[in-house]
Design a protein around this ligand. Structure first.
Ligand code: PLP
Length: 719
């Protein structure tokens, strides 16, 4: 089911490698340092793998050490070079003042440099070698600084983009420099014809788990005559350069991978991999016509595609691909959790949005054509889901789903709301944000709605400029009253008491203490549900609607009695800022410390066994899927409980569904789920805060739910 396209992060272990590792644990389990037969067999195996490794990296002499992975190899190389530099300095030989590393290196390199420079008190100046727009090192810059450099670090292939470094060019640029040269070869092993013997590389590091061997085994190549300072001292293994009993299962597995590399049976030739890339790129272009690829194919290995799609964040794309069970990553795996712009793409000078929205798709050289076929099909299904959800490029067909009546969009904790009348084809936007104008315009246009008003709850230059930009973007579908510039205060249409939006009515509350340019808006519907857009009129709204602070402030608000007389206690108050994702509060929801405690994630999130127990003992559980429609369309769901009690409530539509969720019988447990457990935990916590004590989320979401229970229809044309 799962299509794994994140090979630059790690790869599965090849079947042959697993067999070899098992044999090294069961039959051939000897310690290569033992002098008896069992040990000698292990040593013979280890030396055979070392010889294979030498051939794979094109090293005729020098040392090849077994280490735990590239990070360890990098530490050893940096420590060794810096120790030698210190000795050179002490001996009065040379005056290296700098360490140079490629601006697009994996974090392991600059972090190791800073660490050892600090620990060894060398005080060397650490400089990043700039790269050009294609991701290639600036060789003129390097040539100019090579004479003063003590250590130069350049990767062979970039892990985020697949850009291949010009190692020959770097070698020439270093010319007669005495600098040590470290090459991080992690992403090149098995994919690039590495001929270390032809280059003046001093150290090169490799990692088994990026090429179908297990985690915990790697290689460090050290050129003949280049100094090594052991990182680990002890029993004297690896010629006393790396002590510790060798990881024989890892070495055996790596040996089996290298055998496959030599035999050419399992790994695809470069032209086949290039063909795979073309097919994947074509599928991506079909799915996302506006896509931009972030590195030029002619300088990249074909196994990595790094791209961005205008209007679609990398978070959204990751959720989308994950829902289609295609595993990709945002930027590099290490920084993916932080959702920061990629330092690699920034160094290449790409626009900020491109560096922040990047997605990396990478496959290993043992990938079969069938996997690529299935991936292309699912990628196209992702594109259809995005179009059906009114996201992405504007020229595409309209949404196929029902138009939600109240939607919340969030940018950096600031909330914007869209109130829509699907039957009447109209909508009102409250508190638009400049960052959201494009997606708002797309949202409205794709659903064929007319913009009846753009309202602001409080004065803010951003709201004013976003309002103008939104009206301009939607020129053809703006209500006549708005085209002239937006009505009275806060965008409220002139001479109108209330805005009718089908089953919903929006009215404005001007309250004592609030100026003309600040207002509250009350939305009521035919089912007696009520929401109030409180904006920043709430004195402490920025610190979170419903917090004790807000409650105190509420009590002090001079207009409180009027609001309390206008709406009832169940009315949901929706803030303009919600950095803590509380979603809503009510006039009575003081949310003191005891209640807050009950919203702690460990109280809210149930582990799968507890979920199973809840479902077994209770027949009234309501399951709520808070993933967005573009994810829900792609199939996978929790195939548990009664389908009749399964609600699809995307987080963007939670505020609309809150009154109904809160009105469920008090004892009925509400079990919220999503892809990874994060969004559902926040939604369940919000429900608790609003008084539904029996709200839970599924810890780990669909990702951790037993595969047998996570089932559902694939997209119509999916695999
Ligand atoms: N260098 C590069 C280019 C990488 O891609 C990685 C892993 O992502 C590393 C170094 C670190 O490798 P390891 O996981 O073996 O420590």
């Amino acid at each position: 089911m799962e299509i794994y396209l994140d090979a630059n992060a790690t790869t599965p272990v090849l079947a042959q490698a697993r067999t070899a590792a098992l044999a090294a644990m069961a039959q051939d389990f000897g310690n290569p340092s033992s002098m008896h037969g069992t040990g000698l067999k292990a040593r013979a195996l280890m030396e055979a793998v070392r010889a294979q490794a030498r051939r794979a990296i094109g090293a005729s002499d020098g040392q090849v050490l077994f280490v735990s992975g590239a990070t360890e190899g990098i530490q050893t190389a940096v420590l060794s070079a810096m120790t030698a530099l210190r000795e050179r300095l002490a001996g009065g030989a040379g005056a290296a003042t700098t360490v140079l590393y490629g601006a697009t290196e994996h974090k392991a390199v600059p972090e190791a440099i800073r660490h050892w420079n600090h620990l060894l008190r060398l005080g060397l100046q650490v400089l990043a070698i700039p790269v050009d727009g294609r991701g290639r090192h600036d060789l003129d810059w390097l040539r100019a600084r090579a004479p003063g450099a003590g250590l130069v670090c350049t990767m062979a292939v970039n892990n985020e983009t697949g850009v291949i470094s010009d190692l020959q060019g770097i070698s020439h640029a270093l010319g007669g420099s005495r600098a040590f040269w470290l090459v991080d070869g992690v992403q090149a092993l098995g994919k690039l014809d590495l001929r270390l013997r032809e280059l003046a590389v001093d150290y090169a590091t490799f990692s088994g788990h990026k090429l179908y061997a297990p985690k915990g085994i790697g290689l460090l190549y050290v050129r003949q005559g280049t100094p090594v300072t052991p990182l680990l001292a002890g029993g004297g293994q690896e010629d006393a350069l790396r002590s510790g009993t060798e990881n024989m299962p890892g070495i055996a597995a790596l040996g089996s991978v290298l055998s496959e590399l030599e035999s050419g049976q399992v790994f695809q030739p470069m032209d086949t991999l290039a063909h795979y890339r073309e097919r994947l790129a074509a599928a991506l272009r079909d799915a996302f016509p506006d896509i931009v690829f972030n590195a030029p194919a002619d300088v990249c290995l074909p196994t990595t595609l790094n791209f961005s799609v205008p209007g679609l964040s990398s978070r959204l794309l990751l959720d989308l691909f994950d829902a289609a069970e295609i595993r990709v990553s945002g930027g590099s795996a290490c920084s993916a959790a932080k959702a920061q712009p990629s330092h690699v793409l920034e160094a290449m000078g790409l626009p900020a949005w491109q560096a922040a929205a990047a997605v990396r798709l990478s496959f290993g050289p043992a990938t079969s054509a069938d996997v690529i076929d299935a991936a292309c099909e699912r990628i196209r299904a992702c594109g259809e889901s995005v179009r059906a959800s009114c996201l992405g490029a504007v020229s595409l067909p309209q949404a196929d789903g029902a138009v939600p009546r109240l939607t919340r969009l969030v940018a950096d904790g600031a909330c914007c709301y869209v109130v829509a009348d699907p039957a009447g084809g109209r909508c009102v936007v409250i508190d638009p944000r400049p960052e959201l104008v494009e997606s708002l315009a797309q949202w409205i246009r794709c659903r064929g709605l007319q913009l009846a008003a753009v309202l602001a709850t409080h004065p803010h230059a951003d709201l004013a400029s976003a309002s103008v930009a939104l009206r301009a973007a939607l020129r053809a579908s703006v209500a006549p009253a708005l085209t002239s510039g937006g009505g009275e205060c806060c965008g409220w249409p002139a001479g109108v008491d209330r805005i009718d939006l089908g089953a919903q009515r929006l009215s404005r509350l001007t309250l004592p203490g609030l100026a003309c340019d600040a207002a509250l808006y009350v939305l009521r519907d035919d089912d007696r549900r009520c929401w109030v857009f409180i904006g920043d009129a709430w004195p402490a709204a920025a610190s979170g609607c419903g917090t004790p602070v807000a409650h105190d402030a509420l009590a002090a608000a001079p207009w409180l009695p009027l609001l309390a007389a206008t709406v009832d206690a169940a009315a949901l108050l929706l803030p303009a800022h919600d950095p803590e994702e509380r979603f809503a509060c009510t006039l009575t929801n003081a949310n003191g410390p005891a209640q807050q405690d009950s919203t702690a994630i460990d109280r809210v999130a149930l582990q799968p066994p507890a979920v199973a127990a809840l479902l077994e003992t209770r027949s009234d559980v309501v399951l709520v899927d808070v993933r967005e429609p573009y994810e829900q369309r792609l199939g996978q769901t929790l195939a548990i409980g009664d389908a009749g009690r399964r609600w699809a409530v995307p987080l963007s539509g939670l505020v609309e569904a809150l009154p109904d969720l809160l009105a469920l019988p008090a004892q009925a447990p509400v079990l919220v789920f999503c892809r990874s457990g994060n969004r559902s935990a926040r939604a369940a916590a919000a429900l608790r805060r609003l008084g539904r004590a029996q709200a839970y989320s599924v810890a780990g979401g669909l990702a951790l739910w037993p595969a047998a229970a996570a089932a559902g229809a694939r997209p119509a044309n999916g695999a």
